[in-house]
Design a protein around this ligand. Sequence first.
Ligand code: KG4
Ligand code: ZN
Length: 341
Amino acid sequence: MKILGIETSCDETSAAVLSNGEVLSNIISSQLIHKKYGGVVPELASRAHQKLIIPVVDEALQISKTDLSQIDGIAVTYGPGLIGALMVGLNFAKALAYQLNLPLVGVNHMHAHLYSNFLTHKELDYPFVCLIVSGGHTQLVYVEKPLIHRLLGETLDDAAGEAYDKVAKMLGLGFPGGPQIDKLASEGNPDYVKFPRAYLDKEGFEFSFSGIKTSVLYWLKKKKYYSDVNIIKIPQDELRNLCASFQSAVVEVLVNKTFLAAEKFNVKNIAISGGVSANSELRKRLIKIGKEKNIKVFVPDMEYCTDNAAMTAFVGEMLLVRNIKSPFDLTAKANLSIEEF
Ligand code: KG4
Ligand code: ZN
């Protein structure tokens, strides 16, 4: 079975061709236009998707040496995400599927993240606990078997990646901030500032990252490193230590709650996914503690961490082989929950 996957939920325009779970191509065009605004501008994202969707799909077909006549089904992200951005991919997929008389299947973007580890690790076994950490989401999910999963908890305010991006903006580091903070943190002292760890309910799986962002702001103001009008240059060693302290607080909570979930549900496998799963400290700590606790930790290849259509096509195939298709009046859903199909 050959599936064409299409993903346009945020600021990546992506298309992929999968053949029986094998990725033949996975083209990701990241929209650079948002950099100067310090965050994704929804209207600009929709316009960029419109410009990019045809060339990106063409390239995915070319690289995979696939003709449209060889495609058996089209999988497309229909939520959650930016409504205008989702509509570009969904309408394109509908038109193509209708014209070619192919089955169409709408994919929940969170399911794509949830099962993305299988693209890299065929050996990942059910049940597992998945931590989805991106710019828009921080969720812990218990995955019992294929397409049977349950949300354990999520962030009540900012997503982890959002906290990284907002702190990076305060520091004048540009967008997206995660990779830059990660790099600076690797050379800093994580014990330099003791930022708050928001565990909320000790036994629960809810997260909160807006408090730490505010603590960073207060710290910067106290040190006179912050002004509302211009960016103040922070000495490099202070910057490194600050990044390391912030990262340590965020990662500690993510790691501890993930292991808490694994132990509570007695699972021996943990998977992580989403843009923040590229974080070096998160990977390192999860793997280290996993070894101590005899729990296997699975991390996807970098290209499957951030938004990509290969993971959309993968879930599309899971649905289509079970004969689950979508009607042509499927609409985009900005707030689609992880519990919905
Ligand atoms: O999954 P993604 O590409 O897009 C969505 O938000 O759906 O994730 C992007 C997020 C951004 O917030 C970015 O700062 C963060 O992932 N990110 C990182 C790292 N690389 C990307 N955060 C921390 N450390 C990184 N190395
Ligand atoms: Zn995503």
